[in-house]
Design a protein around this ligand. Structure first.
Ligand code: APR
Ligand code: PHB
Length: 389
Protein backbone atom coordinates (compact mmCIF):
# COMPACT_ATOMS: atom_id res chain seq x y z
CA UNK A 1 0.00 0.00 0.00
CA UNK A 2 1.07 3.58 -0.65
CA UNK A 3 0.03 6.98 0.71
CA UNK A 4 1.50 10.49 0.82
CA UNK A 5 1.86 10.94 4.60
CA UNK A 6 1.73 8.21 7.25
CA UNK A 7 0.63 9.67 10.58
CA UNK A 8 1.78 7.54 13.52
CA UNK A 9 -0.59 8.21 16.45
CA UNK A 10 -4.28 9.07 16.46
CA UNK A 11 -4.26 11.59 19.32
CA UNK A 12 -5.17 15.24 18.78
CA UNK A 13 -1.88 16.09 16.96
CA UNK A 14 -2.20 13.30 14.40
CA UNK A 15 -5.90 13.84 13.79
CA UNK A 16 -5.65 17.61 13.41
CA UNK A 17 -2.77 17.25 10.97
CA UNK A 18 -4.78 14.64 9.06
CA UNK A 19 -7.80 16.94 8.68
CA UNK A 20 -5.71 19.96 7.66
CA UNK A 21 -3.86 17.89 5.04
CA UNK A 22 -7.15 16.46 3.79
CA UNK A 23 -8.31 20.06 3.14
CA UNK A 24 -5.16 20.53 1.04
CA UNK A 25 -5.85 17.35 -0.93
CA UNK A 26 -3.01 15.41 0.69
CA UNK A 27 -3.73 11.75 1.43
CA UNK A 28 -2.88 10.34 4.88
CA UNK A 29 -3.12 7.06 6.78
CA UNK A 30 -3.39 7.22 10.59
CA UNK A 31 -1.98 4.32 12.66
CA UNK A 32 -3.15 4.21 16.29
CA UNK A 33 -1.95 1.72 18.88
CA UNK A 34 -5.09 1.85 21.02
CA UNK A 35 -8.80 1.52 20.28
CA UNK A 36 -10.81 4.64 19.52
CA UNK A 37 -12.74 4.19 22.81
CA UNK A 38 -9.48 4.15 24.74
CA UNK A 39 -8.22 7.33 23.06
CA UNK A 40 -11.56 9.06 23.74
CA UNK A 41 -11.51 7.96 27.38
CA UNK A 42 -8.40 9.98 28.22
CA UNK A 43 -9.01 13.15 30.22
CA UNK A 44 -6.64 16.02 29.55
CA UNK A 45 -6.61 19.82 29.99
CA UNK A 46 -9.31 21.92 28.38
CA UNK A 47 -8.03 25.44 27.62
CA UNK A 48 -7.61 26.22 23.91
CA UNK A 49 -5.52 29.09 22.58
CA UNK A 50 -6.76 31.16 19.65
CA UNK A 51 -4.23 29.49 17.33
CA UNK A 52 -5.78 26.08 17.97
CA UNK A 53 -9.31 27.47 17.69
CA UNK A 54 -8.35 28.93 14.28
CA UNK A 55 -6.79 25.63 13.16
CA UNK A 56 -9.97 23.76 14.09
CA UNK A 57 -11.81 26.28 11.88
CA UNK A 58 -9.38 25.76 8.99
CA UNK A 59 -9.88 22.02 9.38
CA UNK A 60 -13.67 22.57 9.23
CA UNK A 61 -14.17 21.01 12.67
CA UNK A 62 -15.19 23.95 14.84
CA UNK A 63 -19.02 23.90 14.85
CA UNK A 64 -19.58 22.07 18.16
CA UNK A 65 -16.54 23.71 19.76
CA UNK A 66 -17.94 27.16 18.95
CA UNK A 67 -21.42 26.24 20.17
CA UNK A 68 -20.37 24.53 23.42
CA UNK A 69 -17.01 26.10 24.35
CA UNK A 70 -16.80 28.91 26.89
CA UNK A 71 -14.84 32.07 26.09
CA UNK A 72 -12.62 33.14 29.01
CA UNK A 73 -11.08 36.59 28.98
CA UNK A 74 -9.28 36.38 32.28
CA UNK A 75 -8.09 34.07 35.05
CA UNK A 76 -7.74 34.31 38.82
CA UNK A 77 -4.54 33.83 40.78
CA UNK A 78 -4.88 33.17 44.52
CA UNK A 79 -2.28 33.42 47.27
CA UNK A 80 -2.16 34.49 50.88
CA UNK A 81 -5.94 33.95 51.23
CA UNK A 82 -6.64 36.51 48.54
CA UNK A 83 -7.19 36.58 44.78
CA UNK A 84 -6.43 38.87 41.86
CA UNK A 85 -7.41 38.70 38.24
CA UNK A 86 -5.27 38.74 35.10
CA UNK A 87 -7.41 40.30 32.41
CA UNK A 88 -6.47 38.90 28.99
CA UNK A 89 -8.60 41.37 27.09
CA UNK A 90 -6.94 44.37 28.77
CA UNK A 91 -3.49 43.25 27.61
CA UNK A 92 -4.04 41.31 24.38
CA UNK A 93 -6.62 41.14 21.63
CA UNK A 94 -7.23 37.47 22.38
CA UNK A 95 -9.15 35.18 24.71
CA UNK A 96 -9.03 31.41 25.36
CA UNK A 97 -11.77 28.84 24.87
CA UNK A 98 -12.60 26.31 27.57
CA UNK A 99 -13.46 23.07 25.71
CA UNK A 100 -12.14 19.64 26.72
CA UNK A 101 -9.35 17.98 24.78
CA UNK A 102 -11.46 14.81 24.75
CA UNK A 103 -14.16 16.74 22.85
CA UNK A 104 -11.57 18.15 20.41
CA UNK A 105 -10.42 14.59 19.70
CA UNK A 106 -13.99 13.32 19.31
CA UNK A 107 -14.81 16.10 16.80
CA UNK A 108 -11.64 15.28 14.84
CA UNK A 109 -12.50 11.55 14.70
CA UNK A 110 -16.05 12.37 13.53
CA UNK A 111 -14.62 14.60 10.79
CA UNK A 112 -12.10 11.96 9.73
CA UNK A 113 -14.90 9.40 9.45
CA UNK A 114 -17.08 11.71 7.39
CA UNK A 115 -14.26 12.53 4.97
CA UNK A 116 -13.41 8.84 4.52
CA UNK A 117 -9.98 9.11 6.18
CA UNK A 118 -8.07 5.83 6.48
CA UNK A 119 -7.50 5.03 10.17
CA UNK A 120 -6.17 1.78 11.65
CA UNK A 121 -6.67 1.10 15.35
CA UNK A 122 -4.98 -1.42 17.65
CA UNK A 123 -1.90 -1.62 15.46
CA UNK A 124 1.24 -3.19 16.93
CA UNK A 125 4.97 -3.22 16.22
CA UNK A 126 4.94 0.05 14.28
CA UNK A 127 8.37 0.60 12.76
CA UNK A 128 9.48 3.62 10.73
CA UNK A 129 12.01 2.57 8.11
CA UNK A 130 14.41 4.44 5.82
CA UNK A 131 13.26 7.85 7.09
CA UNK A 132 16.65 9.26 6.08
CA UNK A 133 16.10 8.30 2.42
CA UNK A 134 13.68 9.51 -0.26
CA UNK A 135 11.64 6.32 0.06
CA UNK A 136 10.51 5.89 3.67
CA UNK A 137 8.02 3.22 4.68
CA UNK A 138 6.21 2.12 7.81
CA UNK A 139 5.54 -1.47 8.84
CA UNK A 140 3.08 -2.63 11.50
CA UNK A 141 1.07 -5.64 12.49
CA UNK A 142 -2.65 -5.89 13.09
CA UNK A 143 -4.64 -9.00 14.03
CA UNK A 144 -1.51 -11.09 13.49
CA UNK A 145 -0.81 -9.82 9.95
CA UNK A 146 2.11 -7.67 8.92
CA UNK A 147 1.55 -4.62 6.70
CA UNK A 148 3.77 -2.13 4.87
CA UNK A 149 2.88 1.41 3.79
CA UNK A 150 5.23 3.29 1.45
CA UNK A 151 5.00 7.05 1.69
CA UNK A 152 6.60 10.44 1.03
CA UNK A 153 6.72 11.51 4.69
CA UNK A 154 6.05 10.21 8.20
CA UNK A 155 4.49 12.43 10.88
CA UNK A 156 5.44 11.14 14.34
CA UNK A 157 2.40 12.11 16.42
CA UNK A 158 2.59 9.16 18.80
CA UNK A 159 3.05 10.94 22.12
CA UNK A 160 5.81 10.70 24.69
CA UNK A 161 5.94 6.87 24.75
CA UNK A 162 5.74 6.40 20.98
CA UNK A 163 8.30 4.96 18.56
CA UNK A 164 8.86 8.03 16.38
CA UNK A 165 11.26 9.95 18.59
CA UNK A 166 13.33 6.82 19.20
CA UNK A 167 13.65 6.36 15.42
CA UNK A 168 15.98 9.39 15.35
CA UNK A 169 19.48 7.97 16.00
CA UNK A 170 20.89 8.67 19.44
CA UNK A 171 23.90 10.52 18.06
CA UNK A 172 21.57 12.97 16.26
CA UNK A 173 18.97 13.39 19.01
CA UNK A 174 19.44 15.63 22.04
CA UNK A 175 16.94 15.51 24.92
CA UNK A 176 16.42 18.10 27.66
CA UNK A 177 14.42 17.18 30.74
CA UNK A 178 13.32 18.49 34.12
CA UNK A 179 11.24 16.32 36.44
CA UNK A 180 9.34 18.15 39.21
CA UNK A 181 9.26 16.62 42.70
CA UNK A 182 5.43 16.43 42.87
CA UNK A 183 2.35 15.45 40.89
CA UNK A 184 -1.24 16.62 40.42
CA UNK A 185 -4.15 14.68 41.84
CA UNK A 186 -7.15 15.55 39.65
CA UNK A 187 -10.83 14.81 39.92
CA UNK A 188 -13.77 15.32 37.61
CA UNK A 189 -17.16 15.85 39.23
CA UNK A 190 -20.65 16.55 37.96
CA UNK A 191 -20.98 19.73 39.98
CA UNK A 192 -21.17 23.38 38.90
CA UNK A 193 -17.72 25.07 38.77
CA UNK A 194 -16.86 27.07 41.89
CA UNK A 195 -16.21 30.13 39.74
CA UNK A 196 -16.86 31.17 36.15
CA UNK A 197 -13.11 31.64 35.56
CA UNK A 198 -10.22 29.31 36.49
CA UNK A 199 -8.54 29.80 39.88
CA UNK A 200 -4.83 28.96 40.20
CA UNK A 201 -3.90 28.88 43.91
CA UNK A 202 -0.51 29.00 45.62
CA UNK A 203 -0.89 27.92 49.24
CA UNK A 204 1.42 26.75 52.02
CA UNK A 205 -0.19 23.32 51.69
CA UNK A 206 0.64 23.20 47.97
CA UNK A 207 -0.86 24.23 44.65
CA UNK A 208 -4.55 23.88 43.74
CA UNK A 209 -6.47 24.55 40.53
CA UNK A 210 -10.21 25.01 40.04
CA UNK A 211 -11.10 24.35 36.40
CA UNK A 212 -14.15 23.19 34.50
CA UNK A 213 -15.51 21.50 31.41
CA UNK A 214 -19.04 22.93 31.35
CA UNK A 215 -21.81 24.37 33.57
CA UNK A 216 -22.21 21.07 35.40
CA UNK A 217 -18.80 19.44 35.06
CA UNK A 218 -15.87 20.62 37.14
CA UNK A 219 -12.20 19.67 37.10
CA UNK A 220 -10.12 20.26 40.24
CA UNK A 221 -6.49 19.50 41.01
CA UNK A 222 -4.29 19.52 44.10
CA UNK A 223 -0.53 19.15 44.21
CA UNK A 224 0.43 15.77 45.72
CA UNK A 225 3.46 13.54 46.22
CA UNK A 226 4.63 11.76 43.07
CA UNK A 227 4.45 8.45 44.97
CA UNK A 228 0.84 9.06 46.11
CA UNK A 229 -2.01 6.84 44.92
CA UNK A 230 -5.53 8.10 44.04
CA UNK A 231 -6.85 5.17 46.10
CA UNK A 232 -5.45 6.93 49.19
CA UNK A 233 -7.86 9.80 48.62
CA UNK A 234 -11.56 9.56 49.39
CA UNK A 235 -13.67 12.23 47.71
CA UNK A 236 -14.21 13.85 51.13
CA UNK A 237 -10.46 14.01 51.79
CA UNK A 238 -9.92 15.60 48.37
CA UNK A 239 -12.61 18.26 48.89
CA UNK A 240 -11.33 19.04 52.40
CA UNK A 241 -7.79 19.51 51.13
CA UNK A 242 -8.94 21.63 48.17
CA UNK A 243 -10.94 23.90 50.51
CA UNK A 244 -7.84 24.47 52.63
CA UNK A 245 -5.79 25.57 49.60
CA UNK A 246 -8.17 28.10 48.02
CA UNK A 247 -9.27 31.48 49.43
CA UNK A 248 -12.15 31.38 51.97
CA UNK A 249 -14.71 32.96 49.61
CA UNK A 250 -14.03 30.21 47.04
CA UNK A 251 -14.00 27.46 49.70
CA UNK A 252 -17.45 28.59 50.89
CA UNK A 253 -18.84 28.64 47.35
CA UNK A 254 -17.47 25.18 46.46
CA UNK A 255 -20.19 22.66 45.55
CA UNK A 256 -18.96 19.11 46.10
CA UNK A 257 -20.23 15.75 44.88
CA UNK A 258 -18.97 12.29 43.96
CA UNK A 259 -15.95 12.17 41.68
CA UNK A 260 -16.40 10.45 38.33
CA UNK A 261 -12.65 10.24 37.68
CA UNK A 262 -9.61 10.51 39.93
CA UNK A 263 -6.01 10.23 38.79
CA UNK A 264 -2.46 11.45 39.41
CA UNK A 265 -0.28 13.02 36.73
CA UNK A 266 3.47 13.61 37.11
CA UNK A 267 4.95 16.99 36.15
CA UNK A 268 7.74 17.08 33.61
CA UNK A 269 9.38 19.49 31.18
CA UNK A 270 10.93 17.73 28.16
CA UNK A 271 12.17 18.74 24.71
CA UNK A 272 13.76 16.67 21.94
CA UNK A 273 15.90 18.34 19.30
CA UNK A 274 15.76 18.24 16.33
CA UNK A 275 12.09 17.66 15.53
CA UNK A 276 12.91 16.42 12.04
CA UNK A 277 15.10 13.60 10.81
CA UNK A 278 15.08 13.15 7.04
CA UNK A 279 11.44 12.53 6.08
CA UNK A 280 10.26 12.00 9.66
CA UNK A 281 8.71 14.94 11.53
CA UNK A 282 7.87 14.87 15.25
CA UNK A 283 4.73 16.66 16.43
CA UNK A 284 3.24 17.26 19.89
CA UNK A 285 4.01 15.07 22.91
CA UNK A 286 6.32 12.90 20.77
CA UNK A 287 8.78 15.83 20.85
CA UNK A 288 7.97 17.73 24.03
CA UNK A 289 6.11 17.66 27.33
CA UNK A 290 5.19 20.60 29.55
CA UNK A 291 4.03 20.57 33.15
CA UNK A 292 0.25 21.18 33.01
CA UNK A 293 0.27 24.57 34.78
CA UNK A 294 -1.06 26.92 32.08
CA UNK A 295 -2.44 24.09 29.89
CA UNK A 296 0.12 24.35 27.09
CA UNK A 297 0.38 20.64 26.11
CA UNK A 298 -2.29 20.47 23.45
CA UNK A 299 -1.70 24.08 22.40
CA UNK A 300 1.98 23.49 21.73
CA UNK A 301 1.12 20.35 19.78
CA UNK A 302 -1.21 22.54 17.69
CA UNK A 303 1.54 25.00 16.79
CA UNK A 304 3.74 22.12 15.58
CA UNK A 305 0.84 20.89 13.45
CA UNK A 306 0.46 24.39 12.03
CA UNK A 307 4.13 24.61 10.93
CA UNK A 308 4.13 21.08 9.51
CA UNK A 309 0.85 21.61 7.67
CA UNK A 310 2.23 24.81 6.13
CA UNK A 311 5.46 23.08 5.11
CA UNK A 312 3.71 20.09 3.54
CA UNK A 313 1.21 22.31 1.70
CA UNK A 314 4.09 24.31 0.26
CA UNK A 315 5.82 21.08 -0.78
CA UNK A 316 2.78 19.49 -2.44
CA UNK A 317 1.25 22.73 -3.76
CA UNK A 318 4.32 24.58 -5.02
CA UNK A 319 7.04 21.92 -5.09
CA UNK A 320 8.97 24.04 -2.57
CA UNK A 321 10.62 22.28 0.38
CA UNK A 322 11.57 25.48 2.27
CA UNK A 323 8.75 25.02 4.83
CA UNK A 324 9.59 21.42 5.69
CA UNK A 325 13.30 22.25 5.78
CA UNK A 326 12.57 25.01 8.31
CA UNK A 327 10.05 22.93 10.30
CA UNK A 328 12.26 21.91 13.22
CA UNK A 329 13.75 25.39 13.70
CA UNK A 330 10.38 27.17 13.50
CA UNK A 331 8.57 24.70 15.75
CA UNK A 332 11.35 24.61 18.37
CA UNK A 333 11.57 28.41 18.57
CA UNK A 334 7.99 28.51 19.83
CA UNK A 335 8.29 25.27 21.85
CA UNK A 336 11.09 26.72 24.00
CA UNK A 337 9.14 29.91 24.74
CA UNK A 338 6.15 27.85 25.81
CA UNK A 339 8.43 25.63 27.90
CA UNK A 340 9.69 28.74 29.64
CA UNK A 341 6.19 29.93 30.46
CA UNK A 342 5.04 26.51 31.76
CA UNK A 343 8.20 26.16 33.89
CA UNK A 344 7.84 29.74 35.24
CA UNK A 345 4.16 29.33 36.11
CA UNK A 346 4.80 25.92 37.71
CA UNK A 347 7.74 27.26 39.73
CA UNK A 348 5.70 30.24 40.89
CA UNK A 349 2.66 28.30 42.05
CA UNK A 350 3.90 25.09 43.72
CA UNK A 351 5.30 24.24 47.12
CA UNK A 352 8.73 22.66 46.54
CA UNK A 353 10.05 20.11 49.05
CA UNK A 354 12.98 21.67 50.88
CA UNK A 355 11.90 25.18 49.88
CA UNK A 356 13.47 27.73 52.26
CA UNK A 357 11.78 30.76 53.81
CA UNK A 358 13.75 32.86 51.33
CA UNK A 359 12.44 30.81 48.38
CA UNK A 360 8.90 31.33 49.69
CA UNK A 361 9.47 35.09 49.96
CA UNK A 362 10.65 35.12 46.34
CA UNK A 363 7.41 33.43 45.22
CA UNK A 364 5.35 35.93 47.21
CA UNK A 365 7.29 38.89 45.82
CA UNK A 366 6.77 37.65 42.28
CA UNK A 367 3.05 37.10 42.92
CA UNK A 368 2.79 40.63 44.34
CA UNK A 369 4.56 42.01 41.25
CA UNK A 370 2.09 40.16 39.06
CA UNK A 371 -0.83 41.47 41.10
CA UNK A 372 0.36 45.10 41.10
CA UNK A 373 2.26 45.61 37.87
CA UNK A 374 0.69 46.16 34.49
CA UNK A 375 3.69 44.96 32.47
CA UNK A 376 4.01 41.75 34.52
CA UNK A 377 0.31 41.05 33.91
CA UNK A 378 0.72 41.81 30.20
CA UNK A 379 3.56 39.26 29.92
CA UNK A 380 1.46 36.62 31.68
CA UNK A 381 -1.62 37.38 29.55
CA UNK A 382 0.37 37.24 26.30
CA UNK A 383 1.72 33.79 27.15
CA UNK A 384 -1.54 32.44 28.56
CA UNK A 385 -3.62 33.30 25.49
CA UNK A 386 -0.81 31.91 23.35
CA UNK A 387 2.18 33.39 21.56
CA UNK A 388 1.58 34.06 17.87
CA UNK A 389 2.61 31.29 15.44
N1 APR B 1 2.01 3.38 17.24
C1 APR B 1 0.83 3.99 17.01
N2 APR B 1 0.27 4.86 17.88
C2 APR B 1 0.92 5.10 19.01
C3 APR B 1 2.16 4.48 19.31
C4 APR B 1 2.71 3.58 18.37
N3 APR B 1 3.86 2.96 18.60
N4 APR B 1 2.57 4.93 20.52
C5 APR B 1 1.62 5.78 20.95
N5 APR B 1 0.62 5.89 20.07
C6 APR B 1 -0.59 6.70 20.14
C7 APR B 1 -1.18 6.80 21.54
O1 APR B 1 -2.01 5.69 21.83
C8 APR B 1 -1.96 8.10 21.45
O2 APR B 1 -3.30 7.91 21.08
O3 APR B 1 -0.28 8.05 19.79
C9 APR B 1 -1.24 8.91 20.38
C10 APR B 1 -0.55 10.13 20.92
O4 APR B 1 -1.51 11.00 21.48
P1 APR B 1 -1.20 11.99 22.69
O5 APR B 1 -0.36 11.29 23.70
O6 APR B 1 -2.48 12.58 23.12
O7 APR B 1 -0.24 13.11 22.03
P2 APR B 1 -0.58 14.29 21.02
O8 APR B 1 -1.54 13.86 19.97
O9 APR B 1 0.74 14.86 20.62
O10 APR B 1 -1.39 15.31 21.90
C11 APR B 1 -0.84 16.39 22.57
O11 APR B 1 -1.46 17.64 24.53
O12 APR B 1 -2.50 18.10 26.56
C12 APR B 1 -1.43 17.49 25.96
O13 APR B 1 -0.31 15.52 26.66
C13 APR B 1 -1.49 16.05 26.23
O14 APR B 1 -2.25 14.36 24.76
C14 APR B 1 -1.96 15.59 24.86
C15 APR B 1 -1.08 16.40 24.02
C1 PHB C 1 -7.90 21.47 33.07
O1 PHB C 1 -9.03 21.96 33.00
O2 PHB C 1 -7.72 20.24 33.08
C2 PHB C 1 -6.74 22.39 33.17
C3 PHB C 1 -6.95 23.76 33.02
C4 PHB C 1 -5.88 24.62 33.14
C5 PHB C 1 -4.63 24.15 33.39
C6 PHB C 1 -4.40 22.78 33.50
C7 PHB C 1 -5.46 21.90 33.40
O3 PHB C 1 -3.60 25.03 33.52
Amino acid sequence: MRTQVVIVGGGPSGLLLGQLLHKAGVETVVLERQSREYVLGRIRAGVLERGLVDLMGQAGVDARMKAEGFVHDGTLIAYDNDMFRVDFAAHTDATVLVYGQTEVTRDLYDARDSTGGDTHFEVEEVSIQDADTDAPFVTYSQHGQTHRIDCDFVAGCDGFHGVSRKTIPEDVRREYEKVYPFGWLGILSETPPVNDELIYANSDRGFALCSMRNANLSRYYIQCETSDDPANWTDEAFWDELRRRIPPQAAEALVTGPSIEKSIAPLRSFVCEPMRWGRLFLCGDAAHIVPPTGAKGLNTAASDVHYLNQGLRQYYGEGDSAGIDQYSIRALARVWKTQRFSWWFSTLMHHFPGQTEFDKKMQLAELALLRDNNEAQAAMALNYVGLPY
